[in-house]
Ligand binder design. Structure first.
Ligand code: GDG
Length: 476
């Protein structure tokens, strides 16, 4: 029986009822419960001294294996190369890339060290699924330690165009490291295409579409497969959460404060990739151009803090505070605040209920691998009176959610027009768009995402040269 080993930078905290966070954690935890297995990664602790030790915790068929990071490792691997170099580059922000060779060495060192920690816990027929940009060299490190198991990788963020990736000095080493996996998963076809473009035009490798839909890649003396696997949500569970919260206190408070005004809703980690400043300006432009909307609509932006110890994140926070203050100063009246900017986290159920209570979901990242909030917003709507999704073309979700009003987040007038159209859209059109998107979300829910990846990982046998049996389900 093959066990599943999930490796991610952070291991999602699991309470009795399952993970509190969204899509990825829920989907991955479900897979682990079915196949049995282990979730390995950083505990979230940063140690100032001593030697980090793995903590093992069993929950039914799932083992959580977590380990702390030393301060220097946290600074170089996580804060430095992962989040100050790779994150901006992969989100097409070459202008924000900060590169320090020592941080890259730290990134490589921590990947090797984490791999060494995992090796003694592995069995011969384990299947390993590694997640995201923090762990690009992980398979290479496992291979160096003699691990022969099948190893897959899923990139949650975009894969950038070659000319942007070249801004990361060790780009070639990173792509070579990716080629040590057996299967690479990207969120969308454009991401997969960008990767293949690098392979062919920068690495001198080859790519070929196979009859099974996977792309076979040969580069750096390795053969592997790659595909696109758009991550989903569980739309019906979110709908149920939203419905259950309809009469809850947060929604009652919102409605009482709005006095019948319409509401535009956004929820994002406070990240410069999410296009918040442009979004605020487009709302301002709506008020500029459509005076009839003044005092008739409020925009609620929930933006919990994230990576607050990085300069670029302090900067976006200051810019956003300035913009919301400026716009509110310009338009607010004694009984109306145009923008409610809330720099705080809310419970998942509260967010779902707030989505349902709002008229427009305003999701306009400058770049986003997928954007689960777009999918959660649609899922949470009242099927009889749904709100409208305004969605950036640069979110991976725009490849699937054609029922949204698709916008370019750099086109402020275009976004203001889309907001105006969304606020006045007749019920029949809202219903048609909602039903179209819900059908898509149900068809590609998070189990489908996970099962497609696991099936393909179970079938690729290019490295071992033999066909390994598909993964079995855990008993009981
Ligand atoms: C990365 C990729 C890709 C947000 N605020 C609160 C809260 N959230 C939840 C949302 C959603 C999740 O966090 C955010 O997911 P996104 O997909 O929108 O964005 P990233 O965090 O950047 O995620 C992204 C994703 O990985 C999965 O592959 O889609 O492109 O960048 O679920 O609802 N949850 C709670 N309180 C909050 O205040 N409970």
């Amino acid at each position: 029986m093959s066990r599943l080993i999930i490796v991610s930078n952070r291991v999602a905290p699991i309470s009795e009822g399952g993970p509190a966070a969204g899509g990825l954690a829920v989907g991955v935890y479900d897979a682990l419960k079915e196949t049995g297995g282990m979730w390995f990664g950083w505990s979230g602790d940063v140690l100032t001294s001593g030697q980090p030790q793995i903590a093992l915790e069993e929950r039914g068929p799932v083992t959580f294996a977590t380990i702390g990071l030393l301060r220097r490792d946290y600074d170089q691997y996580y804060r430095g190369f992962s989040n100050a170099t790779l994150w901006p580059a992969f989100h097409y922000r070459a202008d924000l890339v900060q590169y320090d060779r020592h941080e890259y060495e730290g990134y490589s060192r921590v990947n090797a060290w984490l791999a060494q920690q995992l090796v003694p816990l592995l069995r011969e027929d384990d299947v390993i699924w590694v997640h995201d940009y923090h762990l690009i060299p992980f398979a290479q490190a496992l291979r160096a330690a003699g691990v022969k198991n099948r190893i897959g990788f899923f990139l949650h963020i975009p894969f950038p165009a070659s000319q942007v990736l070249l801004a990361v000095p060790p780009h070639r080493e990173l792509v070579q490291a990716l080629c040590a996996f057996d299967l690479l998963g990207f969120q969308t076809r454009p991401d997969l295409r960008a990767f293949c473009d690098y392979i062919v035009n920068e690495a001198g490798g080859t790519t070929a579409m196979q009859p099974d839909g996977l792309t076979r890649i040969e580069a750096f003396g390795q053969t592997l497969c790659a595909g696109d696997y758009p991550i989903g949500v569980y739309p019906d569970e979110i709908a149920e959460l939203a419905r259950a919260g309809e009469r809850g206190k947060p929604v009652r408070t919102l409605k009482a404060t709005l006095h019948g005004r319409k509401v535009i809703m956004s929820v994002d980690r406070l990240d410069y990739s999410k296009g918040l400043v442009e979004r605020f300006r487009a709302f301002e432009r709506l008020l500029d151009h459509a005076p009839a909307q003044r005092n008739k609509v409020s925009f609620v932006q929930i933006a919990p803090p994230t990576r607050a110890d990085l300069h670029a994140y302090q900067d976006i926070r200051l810019r956003l505070e300035a913009e919301s203050g400026r716009i509110n100063g310009r338009y607010a009246e004694l009984d109306w605040t145009p923008i409610w900017y809330i720099h705080r986290q809310y419970e998942r159920a509260v967010l779902a209920a707030l989505f349902r209570a709002s008229n427009v979901g305003y999701v306009t990242p400058l770049r986003d691998g997928m954007n689960l909030v777009a999918k959660e917003y649609v899922s949470a709507q009242n099927p009889e009176d749904p709100g409208v999704l305004v969605l950036s073309r640069f979110a991976g979700a725009a490849q699937e959610l054609s029922g949204a009003l698709i916008v370019n987040p750099l086109d402020i007038d275009g976004m203001a027009d889309a907001l105006s159209a969304a606020l006045s859209m007749p019920l029949a059109e809202r219903l048609a768009r909602y039903q179209d998107m819900m059908a898509q979300l149900r068809e590609n829910n998070v189990s489908v995402w996970r099962d497609r990846f696991m099936r393909d990982l179970g079938q690729v046998s290019v490295r071992q040269g033999v066909s390994l049996p598909p993964l079995e389900r855990a008993q009981g």
